[in-house]
Design a protein around this ligand. Structure first.
Ligand code: HEM
Length: 346
C-alpha cells in the first residue's frame, strides 16, 4: 500500500496543475515548453534578475504587470507597446493611457532582453519576456504561482493613438463600460473582476481619480478615505501618486476586494464593481476567499496573455525591444531556412 503513495501524490499534484491550466486552451503556436531546447535557462534568468530588481524596489512589480496588460489589450500580446515612436508617427507609448506606464518597466524588459540574448541568442521575443516578467511580478509580490504558454512573436508595428484609446478603458468608466469593453476580448464578468484585482499592487496619479473628489465627492467613496486622498491631491491636477490598495499596497493578495467592500476603491472602474449587481457578488466572494481569487486571476491572466498573439512566421524576434529589426531576417527564420535547406538535400 505504502509503495503506491508517491505515485498517488504525483497523480494528485499533476491533475491539479493540469486541471487548472487545461481550463484555458493554449493558443495555436504557443506551448508551455516552447524554449525548452533553445533557451532552457530562460525562466531562471528572468526570475533571478527580477528578484534583484525587486529587492531594491518591490513597486517595480506593479509597473511590469501593467505593461503586459497594456501590451495585450492593444493589438494583442505582441510587444507593440514597447516600440518607440518613429518617422511614421507617435507610438502607442505616446497615447494618453500609456503615459503613466513606468519608464523603469521598459528598461527592465530591455535589460532582460540583453541577459537572455547573451545566454541563448536572438530567440526569445520581447512579448514573451513581458509575459514572463508580469507572471514573476505576481509571484514575487506574494501572489499565485503559474506557468505561461510561450512562443509569442514581436509585432512589426504599433497601434495608432485612437486604437490605443479605444482598447484601454478609462478609470472613470463604470462597470457597464468595462464589461462591454472586455467582452470584446472574450473576457467574462469573473475575468473582469479578477483582472481588476491586479490593482492590489501599485499606484495611481491624482489625475486618474480626482474627478471623484472635486467638485463634488463621489457618494460611493468612504468619507475618511476621501479626506486622506484630498490631502494627497489638494487640486485636480496635482502631480502626486497614492497606492491603489490602501491596506497592503505591495502585496499581491485579496485586500483590494476588502477595500472595495469598505468603499475604499481608488477608481470608479474599481469601486463600481461593488455597486453593480452583476459583479458585486464576485467582489464579495474574492474578498472572503483569497484562494478563489488566485484561481480566477490565473485563468483570466492566461486568457489575457494569449490575446491576438503572433506565432510561427508572423512578426519577428526583435533584437532591441524598443525598435523593430532593421531587416526582417531574424534568427528564427535563419534557423528555419537552414533546416529547410538541409531537408531539401534528402
Ligand atoms: C479594467 C480596466 C482597468 C482600468 C480602467 C485600469 C486603470 C488603471 C489606471 C488609471 C492606473 C493608474 C495610472 C496612473 O495614474 O499612474 C492603473 C494602474 C495599474 N493597473 Fe490598471 N486598469 C485596468 C485593468 C488592469 C489590469 C487588467 C491589470 C493587470 C492585469 C492592471 C494592472 C495595473 C497595475 C499593476 C497598476 C499599477 C501600476 C504602477 O504602479 O505603475 N490594470 N490602472
Amino acid at each position: 500500500m505504502d509503495s503506491h503513495l508517491p505515485l498517488l501524490v504525483i497523480v494528485i499534484i499533476s491533475s491539479f496543475v493540469v486541471g487548472s491550466i487545461s481550463i484555458v486552451p493554449v493558443a495555436p503556436g504557443l506551448s508551455y515548453s516552447f524554449y525548452s531546447s533553445n533557451c532552457p535557462k530562460l525562466e531562471s534568468i528572468v526570475t533571478n534578475h527580477l528578484k534583484q530588481v525587486f529587492k531594491k524596489d518591490i513597486t517595480q512589480s506593479a509597473g511590469l504587470l501593467r505593461l503586459h496588460f497594456h501590451d495585450c489589450f492593444v493589438q494583442g500580446c505582441d510587444g507593440s507597446v514597447l516600440l518607440d515612436g518613429s518617422a511614421s508617427g507617435p507610438s502607442e507609448q505616446n497615447a494618453p493611457p500609456n503615459l503613466s506606464l513606468r519608464k523603469e518597466a521598459f528598461n527592465i524588459i530591455n535589460d532582460l532582453r540583453a541577459l537572455v540574448q547573451k545566454e541563448c541568442g536572438q530567440v526569445v521575443s520581447c512579448a514573451d519576456l513581458t509575459a514572463l516578467a508580469a507572471r514573476d511580478s505576481v509571484i514575487l509580490a506574494g501572489g499565485p504561482k503559474y506557468n505561461v504558454p510561450l512562443g509569442r512573436r514581436d509585432s512589426l508595428n504599433f497601434a495608432s493613438r485612437n486604437v490605443t484609446l479605444a482598447n484601454l478603458p478609462a478609470p472613470s468608466s463604470n462597470t457597464t463600460t468595462i464589461l462591454n469593453s472586455l467582452s470584446t476580448k472574450r473576457l467574462d464578468p469573473t475575468d473582469v473582476v479578477a483582472l481588476s484585482g491586479a490593482h492590489t499592487i501599485g499606484r495611481g496619479h491624482c489625475t486618474s481619480f480626482t474627478s471623484r473628489l472635486y467638485p463634488k465627492q463621489d457618494g460611493t467613496m468612504d468619507s475618511n478615505f476621501a479626506k486622506n486622498l484630498k490631502v494627497t491631491c489638494p487640486t485636480t491636477n496635482t502631480d502626486n501618486t497614492t497606492n491603489l490598495d490602501v491596506r497592503t499596497p505591495n502585496v499581491f493578495d485579496n485586500k483590494y476586494y476588502v477595500d472595495l467592500v469598505n468603499r475604499q476603491g481608488l477608481f470608479t472602474s474599481d469601486q463600481d464593481l461593488f455597486t453593480d449587481s452583476r459583479t458585486k457578488g464576485i467582489v464579495t466572494s474574492f474578498a472572503n476567499n483569497q484562494s478563489l481569487f488566485y484561481e480566477k486571476f490565473v485563468i483570466a491572466m492566461l486568457k489575457m496573455g494569449q490575446l491576438g498573439v503572433l506565432t510561427g512566421k508572423q512578426g519577428e524576434i526583435r533584437a532591441n525591444c524598443s525598435a523593430r529589426n532593421a531587416n526582417k531576417v531574424d534568427l528564427w527564420s535563419v534557423v528555419e531556412e537552414g533546416a529547410l535547406q538541409l531537408l531539401s538535400q534528402f
